[in-house]
Design a protein around this ligand. Structure first.
Ligand SMILES: [Zn+2]
Length: 94
């Protein structure tokens, strides 16, 4: 990886969810998932997920400050956008 020069400049992406090329969501999450979202999710879909996320958090009683719950939330995030492999992890209900 090269040096991280972070501008507030948002680049256009072709969104994996809606298929439209427009303003991207930007760097909204850390790590690998954050990379994927930055590359392939538009700002509009990210906003939709932020709304949906609230319902998911309430429904499952997730506490995103805890690592485990955050990971589960990341899995839901992947599902929502249809990105990332790891399908086997969803079978493991705790
Ligand atoms: Zn989109």
């Amino acid at each position: 990886m090269r040096s991280r020069s972070y501008h507030d400049l948002v680049v256009d992406v072709t969104c994996v969810r809606c298929g439209v090329t427009r303003e991207g969501a930007g760097r909204v999450l850390p790590g690998e998932l954050g990379d994927e979202i930055e590359r392939s999710v538009c700002a509009e879909c990210w906003k939709e997920w932020l709304q949906a996320q609230i319902r998911v958090i309430n429904h499952y009683g997730l506490k995103p400050v805890q690592r485990e719950d955050r990971e589960r939330l990341y899995d839901f995030t992947r599902q929502f956008f249809g990105i990332g492999p790891r399908p086997h992890e969803h079978a493991r209900e705790v």
